[in-house]
Design a protein around this ligand. Structure first.
Ligand code: C2E
Ligand code: MG
Ligand code: MG
Length: 449
């Protein structure tokens, strides 16, 4: 459309210029010559580019297509660098040849282009044609080169905005066994877009240090003092503070938690250093360790280096490992034993994972945190489970913390059953470092190791 307007606009200017030369400058021959040149040029342009012109001016709808080579890493391994590049180029040529007009943007193993269509079946037939051509490239019985396609039907929308949607549809196509293409579906897509937005925010936040750490005190109702706290990550976005529950699953799914956990550890080490320098007794601060972090080879080394840099003692920090993290790991006990040589380890969300009871056989663990679900359950059977859980954990010699305590009633019940340390909104919500520091000062000499 913009090209069409530009073309008309450009011709009008030249036309008025000729009139100007003819009428005001009285150069009749020059003006006529100019007009003839413009007309000849236009005819030549429209003839030579008539197909292209038709493309720009024809009606129909646009589809944004995102094509990505399947298993491109394997492709490189199998064919080698040079052949891989050749294949990428060949696929580009095939797409270019098949769509006929319009540019094909390429980056690495991906091609993005716009296709004009009247009927959806035209798109499917285009993809089939491209695929048939691609199938001829490799001529190899072991490794077939295939490409998956994601299609976003744009209608009158600006297709640039929708590139994400076509990419998501392409991802879906890859998940399907037989289909090499997939159309963007608004319902599925919204969820995936939400994930993508959170993931983008996480990446940005890590780059720009947009995370904040909040500290939730753990309070011992027998000793009447703060006996520690848990560091909880918060994402700060446009002034809004987003809690971990809204992004941690996505962070874990895409492996972002490794960087996040490292960042949290570093920040907590800095703050502990600050508390020590200001002589504020604080007790142990727990940090959460995700499955990805647990499996990361360099993690122990990194933690140790931070401990050294900020002069952190073993009892200053505790690592909270969730059963979620543990259950996917091949040799959890080995990993926990390895961790507990250098750090205090606690089991988080006890009772809601897959290997609850087996975790109690691990005597290297220091603390067990009972999940909120058992604290809030008011049913008779729920109470029997909670009572016996507390007995079992204590009789095995672990320290015990109840999570998510919100009411006086819950706190009293736990206290009567012998679980004195609670973490929950009842005593305090997670606090900014400044507020947490004030809270520590307020409880003053009651705290301390
Ligand atoms: P978690 O480790 O079990 O942390 C407790 C969660 O319960 C926190 O949510 C906390 O704000 C919330 N909570 C505490 N007291 C109450 C209460 O009385 N009522 C209710 N309804 N909720 C309460 P948050 O901060 O959203 O964190 C959710 C989960 O995200 C955490 O569960 C932890 O597994 C994970 N997480 C948080 N920070 C990090 C981090 O830095 N790294 C990793 N890997 N995971 C983190
Ligand atoms: Mg935790
Ligand atoms: Mg928990």
């Amino acid at each position: 459309m913009r090209n069409k307007i530009g073309f008309i606009f450009y011709n009008l200017i030249l036309f008025f210029l000729c009139i100007f030369i003819y009428v005001f400058l009285n150069l009749h021959v020059v003006a006529i010559c100019c007009l003839v040149i413009v007309i000849v040029y236009d005819i030549a342009f429209l003839t030579l580019c008539s197909i292209k012109f038709k493309y720009y001016t024809m009606g129909g709808k646009k589809a944004l297509i995102y094509a990505n080579i399947d298993n491109s890493k394997l492709l490189k391994l199998y064919y080698g660098n040079t052949k891989e590049k050749e294949i990428i180029k060949k696929i580009y040529n095939i797409i270019k040849e098949q769509i006929k007009y319009g540019p094909v943007k390429t980056f690495g193993d991906t091609y993005v282009f716009v296709y004009k269509y009247y009927n959806k079946s035209e798109i499917i037939s285009l993809i089939n044609k491209i695929n048939n051509e691609i199938a001829l490239i490799s001529n190899d019985t072991v490794f077939n080169v295939t490409v998956s396609f994601g299609i976003q039907l744009c209608n009158k929308e600006n297709y640039e905005i929708n590139e994400n949607k076509a990419a998501l549809a392409c991802n879906n196509a890859k998940k399907q066994e037989m289909n090499l293409y997939s159309f963007f579906d608004d319902q599925d897509g919204e969820e995936q877009l939400r994930e993508k937005r959170i993931l983008d925010s996480l990446a940005r936040a890590l780059k720009n240090n947009e995370f904040q750490i909040f500290y939730q005190p753990k309070f011992d109702y027998k000793q009447n003092k703060i006996v520690g706290s848990e560091a909880l990550a918060r994402l700060v976005q446009n002034g809004e503070i987003i809690p971990a529950k809204d992004f941690i699953d996505i962070a874990e799914k895409y492996g972002v938690t490794i960087s996040l956990d490292k960042y949290v550890l570093k920040e907590v080490c800095k703050k502990i250093n600050e508390l020590k320098k200001n002589n504020i007794p604080f007790n142990t601060i727990s940090i959460n360790v995700s499955r990805n972090t647990l499996c990361e080879e360099s993690m122990m080394e990194y933690y140790e280096s931070m401990f050294k840099k900020y002069d952190i003692k073993k009892n200053d920090i505790e690592l909270e490992v969730t059963e979620r993290s543990i259950s996917g790991y091949n040799t959890p006990f080995v990993k926990i034993r390895e961790l507990s040589k250098k750090f205090n380890v606690s089991i988080d969300d006890f009772g809601v994972g897959n290997s609850s009871l087996s975790m109690l056989m691990e005597d290297k663990v220091k603390t067990i945190k009972i999940d909120r679900q058992f604290v809030i359950d008011k049913s008779e059977s729920g109470k029997i489970i909670l009572d016996n859980m507390i007995k079992l954990i204590q009789s095995l010699g672990f320290e015990i913390v109840a999570e998510g305590v919100e009411t006086e009633e819950q706190k009293e019940y736990l206290k009567v059953k012998g679980c004195n340390v609670i973490q929950g909104y009842y005593f305090s919500k997670p606090l900014s470092f400044e507020d947490y520091k004030n809270e520590l000062v307020k409880w003053g000499d009651n705290n301390g190791s």
